[in-house]
Write a protein that binds this ligand. Structure first.
Ligand code: CP
Ligand code: NVA
Length: 305
């Protein structure tokens, strides 16, 4: 049996495949909005393993499968044997003999790597503590729809060097933009991820230096899922890292603002920015649906057209 293609990181696809996937997402969105029925995954089933909460990811994958003519199964540790200690390896072998695609949201990245190595079908990373590549597909689609190619542009990441930041570093490599990261000391992205990106991404510390002339400003929560107990300590460390009107004023006048959501107004972003004219957060959320449909089509059916 052939080894399936997985999507555990943006580095699992080539830059050319990623560009084509974004174009395909834009086309699938147009088809959906025109009411065209397109069911490449008819009778196919997506298994969805959620070890953390989700609104957008769950709804976008389930809706995408329904629109593609297939169905999906929501699985959580609370009501599967995963929660009672059945090994990942065994779960992967069993699930992948029944369903056609598997999506996983979990804590340790190693878990999804182990799962994928025992799976007969494509595995999609729907967020780990290490990265969140599906979100980047939606973000890149949103940028391209609004402003055209992101290659050669400058992106400012303001805040934690977390899973989203890691995916932005990988995106800088794959999509050819320059990433400036403003994070407080002690909250840097993993050194290995940064080094592998070469000159594409750099830490600048000061949010104002990162935002200066940027084409896109991005932030995320200060305490990610699993870090709830650090909330207070983090709020102090990140107090000067809010994306607000003063920071956006330093960016290019055409700059967009993105946030993967959920957002905390008054913490990492002011209400005036996320609800303001430069914010594309709602399109970004919608594009989770279209870009993940393009991803599932790519992984299951191969390159479109
Ligand atoms: N952005 C994102 O992944 O949202 P959810 O946690 O709601 O899935
Ligand atoms: N960094 C956030 C992203 C949520 C979509 C988290 O991991 O909780």
């Amino acid at each position: 049996m052939d080894t399936p293609r997985h999507f555990l990181s943006l580095l699992d696809l080539t830059p050319d495949e990623l560009d084509r996937l974004i174009q395909r997402a834009i086309e699938l969105k147009r088809m959906q909005q025109a009411g065209e029925i397109y069911e490449p995954l008819k009778n196919r089933v997506l298994g969805m393993v959620f070890e953390k909460s989700s609104t957008r990811t769950r709804v976008s994958f389930e809706t995408g499968m329904a629109q593609f003519g297939g169905s999906s199964i929501f699985l959580s540790p609370r009501d599967t044997q995963l929660g009672r200690g059945e090994p990942i390896e065994d779960t992967a072998r069993v699930l992948s003999r029944m369903v056609d695609l598997i999506m996983i949201r979990t804590f340790e990245h190693e878990k999804i790597e182990t799962f994928a190595s025992y799976s007969r079908v494509p595995v999609i990373n729907a967020l780990t503590d290490h990265n969140h590549p599906c979100q980047l597909l939606a973000d890149m689609q949103t940028y391209v729809e609004r402003r055209g190619s992101i290659a050669g542009r400058t992106v400012a990441w303001i805040g934690d060097g977390n899973n989203m930041c890691h995916s932005y570093v990988n995106a800088a490599r794959q999509f050819g933009f320059k990433l400036r990261i403003a994070c407080p000391e002690g909250f840097d992205p993993a050194g290995g991820v940064l080094q592998a990106a070469g000159g594409a991404a750099e830490i600048v510390r000061d949010p104002r230096d990162a935002a200066e002339g940027a084409d896109l400003v991005v932030t995320d929560v200060w305490a990610s899922m699993g870090q709830e107990e650090e909330q207070e300590r983090r709020a102090k460390a990140f107090a000067d890292y809010q994306v607000n009107d003063a920071l956006m004023a330093l960016a290019d006048k055409e700059a967009l603002f993105m946030h993967c959501l959920p957002a905390h107004r008054g913490e990492e972003v002011s209400a005036s920015v996320i609800d303001g004219p430069q914010s594309v957060a709602w399109e970004e959320a919608e594009n989770r649906l279209h870009s993940q449909k393009a991803l599932m089509e790519f992984l299951y059916c191969g390159v479109p057209g």
